[in-house]
Design a protein around this ligand. Structure first.
Ligand SMILES: Cc1cc2nc3c(=O)[nH]c(=O)nc-3n(C[C@H](O)[C@H](O)[C@H](O)COP(=O)(O)O)c2cc1C
Length: 219
């Protein structure tokens, strides 16, 4: 049996799903749950200090007739350091972390002072990127060096914007090259999944890994 949802179910009223609208989240996100890759975007702030910003709500695509590979950061907060530094310096690194490095990457959210090196303060190692003017995180298994391409508002006047970055090149660990799924693969953000037919007082966020399920063919 399928359940249909168009308006917020009564069962979700008074829960995080309702009041999180104040932080910019639609209740649909928690019912429809579409996991997205989780990564840390690193830049230099206008004052030269390394910045680190956890991001999800993102995807990657080839474009320009196969001539380019692009990151679409679908929801960048205009009031954050990432947006500010991207607009000032126009270069960034996207760092993918394993479960072991997750806690340190999350610590960058607490270590978020403008005058702070957010990478070092979180117990991670900042190294200069090779092709762009941005720091990258040594402990992350894959670092994508990127250039700002453009940004758009999804809805007019929104406080978050969609940012397109062109991926210039990558640094990738041996283990991830050998197997891009499982423990060596990307983490996915599963944001507060809720079942409206059985809503608890609280729910969890999860970080997931991918498992190969179907061999879709050799070509
Ligand atoms: C799992 C996770 C995913 C996040 N994804 C985003 C995102 O896609 N866009 C965003 O603006 N903030 C996102 N955030 C919040 C920022 O990481 C957080 O506000 C950060 O401190 C902002 O850093 P900044 O001021 O250095 O840019 C996310 C946080 C977590 C924990």
């Amino acid at each position: 049996m399928k359940h249909s949802y168009r308006e917020m179910p009564e069962s979700m009223k008074g829960t995080f799903a309702e009041y999180s609208k104040a932080f910019g989240f639609s209740w649909k996100e928690f019912v429809m749950t579409v996991p997205s890759p989780l990564f840390l975007v690193t830049t230099y702030k206008p004052n030269g200090q390394p910045n680190a910003c956890m991001q999800s709500w993102a995807t990657f695509t080839s474009a320009n007739f196969g001539n380019g590979f692009y990151a679409i950061l679908a929801s960048v907060n205009r009031n954050g350091h990432l947006w500010q530094s991207l607009n000032a310096r126009r270069e960034a690194v996207i760092n993918f972390m394993s479960a072991e490095t997750y806690d340190a990457c999350m610590a960058t959210i607490r270590n978020n002072r403008y005058d702070q090196d957010e990478i070092t303060a979180s117990g991670l190692t900042a190294v200069p990127a090779e092709w762009v003017d941005a720091p990258m995180v040594e402990e992350c298994f894959m670092n994508l060096e990127c250039r700002y391409a453009w940004e758009r508002e999804i809805a007019p006047g929104d406080d978050h914007v969609l940012v397109c970055l062109e991926v210039i090149g990558a640094h990738i660990d041996d283990a991830h090259l050998a197997d891009k799924t499982g423990a060596q693969g990307l983490l996915y953000n599963i944001h507060h999944p809720l079942n409206p037919e059985n809503v608890g007082r609280t729910a969890h966020d999860y970080a997931a890994i991918l498992e190969k399920k179907i061999d879709a063919g050799e070509y």
